[in-house]
Design a protein around this ligand. Sequence first.
Ligand SMILES: [Zn+2]
Length: 66
Amino acid sequence: MLIPVRCISCGELLADKWEQYKAQIKFKSKKEVLDELGVKNYCCRSIFITSEDLIDQINQYKKQMV
Ligand SMILES: [Zn+2]
């Protein structure tokens, strides 16, 4: 799924940090990356931690057009 543009609970802008978050979690822990990006509220942190880009997995099962 796509990450929400803003946090559902507090309204903080999240989508501008998503690409940076994805790039950095390959090298650091999620906690370190979220601290560096300034994501402090636990409502916002939970959205980052539980979001995953699934489009490539879903595309494997898409119906073939004839
Ligand atoms: Zn929030």
